[in-house]
Design a protein around this ligand. Structure first.
Ligand SMILES: CC(C)(COP(=O)(O)OP(=O)(O)OC[C@H]1O[C@@H](n2cnc3c(N)ncnc32)[C@H](O)[C@@H]1OP(=O)(O)O)[C@@H](O)C(=O)NCCC(=O)NCCS
Length: 154
């Protein structure tokens, strides 16, 4: 709230390699080794407040949006998403995709507010063990695929 009411903007920058340990200590950076994109990090001074991974696939995909609990509902998730959209647009993409769990009401509310809509891809059941940077992760989820046409593109 405060950030939007006062007009304060979050400081969002691509993750620099020397910052990785500091950010990983408080946020996951689960997709750091994925190799197809990069992380954007929202900073509160020298404290990481949230991150998002932008995969430069075709279409590009917003992944691993995570805001620390104490920073939620202050516009960080929105600002990270807007920054990812700008980065995608800069590279010539006219659309950004996101997958969101059927059970994740907060993330669905965030993306819906920002203009993401059903991309017409059937819900995808994900079941089993996925390997992320921090180790194996047991998953039993159904993912919805949403996307947004980026303003000002082509
Ligand atoms: C989902 C998440 C990234 C949202 O980040 P955030 O910084 O709190 O989001 P914002 O402050 O930018 O929220 C913007 C709008 O989204 C909606 N929203 C965000 N969180 C919400 C919640 N918990 N319940 C309902 N609406 C919510 C609201 O409309 C909100 O505007 P408002 O605060 O003026 O009502 C954050 O809750 C989080 O990190 N969750 C855990 C990780 C996760 O689920 N990531 C998403 C993976 S797809």
């Amino acid at each position: 709230m405060e950030s939007r009411l006062t007009g304060v903007e979050w400081d969002i920058r691509p993750l620099a390699s020397e910052q990785a340990d500091r950010v990983a200590a408080v946020l996951g950076l689960a997709r750091l080794g994925q190799g197809d994109g990069f992380y954007l990090v929202a900073w509160d001074g020298d404290q990481p407040a949230g991150h998002a991974h932008l995969a430069l696939t075709d279409p590009p995909e917003l992944q691993d949006v995570e805001v620390l609990a104490q920073y939620r509902r202050r516009g960080v998730g929105s600002a990270l998403t807007a920054a990812a959209e700008a980065e995608a647009r800069k590279r010539g993409f006219d659309r950004l995709r996101v997958t969101v769990s059927v059970d994740n009401a907060a993330a669905q509310a965030l993306y819906r507010t920002l203009g993401y809509r059903d991309a017409g891809v059937p819900p995808r059941r994900v079941l089993g063990t996925v390997m992320i940077r921090t180790g194996p992760l047991e998953v039993d989820d159904t993912l919805l695929t949403w996307d947004k046409r980026l303003a000002g593109s082509g």
